[in-house]
Design a protein around this ligand. Structure first.
Ligand SMILES: NC(=O)c1ccc[n+]([C@@H]2O[C@H](COP(=O)([O-])OP(=O)(O)OC[C@H]3O[C@@H](n4cnc5c(N)ncnc54)[C@H](OP(=O)(O)O)[C@@H]3O)[C@@H](O)[C@H]2O)c1
Length: 227
């Protein structure tokens, strides 16, 4: 089974649609506020920040879930220079991007360990280490995924449960849609490859991590050379 959090928009939506197009039946996506219009039976509303909602959802699907790949796509950003930032907004970013992934991983690990199979793929970002002003909460939350994954990797490696991150640079999909065209051009100009990440490269990287049992605890740059 493939579980994709944040599958109602952007990258998560692209991934679930791609898998459905390929005929994947054992798949479920989650959303929070954007109610999916297509394949509604393949979606559940789950707030990743709420550990009880996550646990309830996993309990509900655990009877039919086997060979689970968890793709943690749900994420938010918040732009503000830190000295002007709102602590509640800052905290929400970490709660969504870090705790949200943790809640899903924690709830699924017993099943993955028991089945001796699990693939966890988190969406991190190059800004985990690329100094970028105005997004300290986002950068902190994405960097924390790296550390968390290292620890999780060695806790679970002997049970064929792998945990990895994709450090995305800038994609054609998702959050970029809220970036003004002028700034978008500036971002693109910084990317050595000269263009934003194309959706199919995200899918092929996810598939690579799903299909490779010996990579665990890694954070793979998918950034067109942007570091
Ligand atoms: N796009 C990029 O260039 C880029 C670059 C680097 C990293 N990333 C990472 O890749 C992931 C996907 O990004 P994206 O650009 O596709 O983002 P997006 O288009 O903004 O979509 C975010 C998704 O997260 C869901 N979400 C947010 N808060 C949630 C919560 N509390 N509970 C459940 N779902 C929640 C949203 O659901 P609702 O709409 O239903 O609320 C939505 O489906 C994120 O983790 C992002 O940080 C993206």
């Amino acid at each position: 089974m493939i579980i994709i959090t944040g599958a109602s928009k952007g990258i998560g939506k692209y991934l679930i649609e791609s898998y459905l197009d390929r005929g994947e039946e054992s798949i479920i996506g989650t959303y929070l506020s954007t109610v999916p219009q297509d394949h509604v039976d393949k979606f559940e509303r789950v707030d990743v920040c709420d550990s009880s909602q996550v646990a309830e959802f996993i309990e509900k699907i655990s009877g039919t879930a086997s060979k689970v790949t968890l793709i943690n796509c749900a994420g938010i950003s918040y732009s503000a220079y830190t000295h002007k930032s709102d602590p509640d907004e800052w905290k929400k970013v970490v709660e969504t991007n870090l705790f949200g992934s943790y809640h899903f991983i924690r709830a699924l690990l017993p099943l993955m360990r028991e089945q001796k199979f699990g693939r966890v793929i988190n969406f991190s970002s190059v800004v985990a280490v690329k100094p970028t002003p105005g997004i300290s909460a986002y950068s902190a939350s994405k960097a924390a995924l790296w550390g968390m994954s290292k620890s999780l990797a060695i806790e679970n490696a002997s049970l064929n449960v792998t945990v990895n991150n994709i450090n995305l640079g800038y994609s054609e999909l998702g959050m970029i849609s809220s970036v003004p065209e002028e700034y978008r051009k500036k971002i693109t100009a910084q990317i050595p490859a000269g263009y934003l990440c194309e959706p199919q490269d995200i899918l092929s990287t996810v598939e690579y991590l799903r299909n490779t049992k010996y990579i665990t605890g890694s954070s793979i740059d998918l950034s067109g050379g942007l570091v």
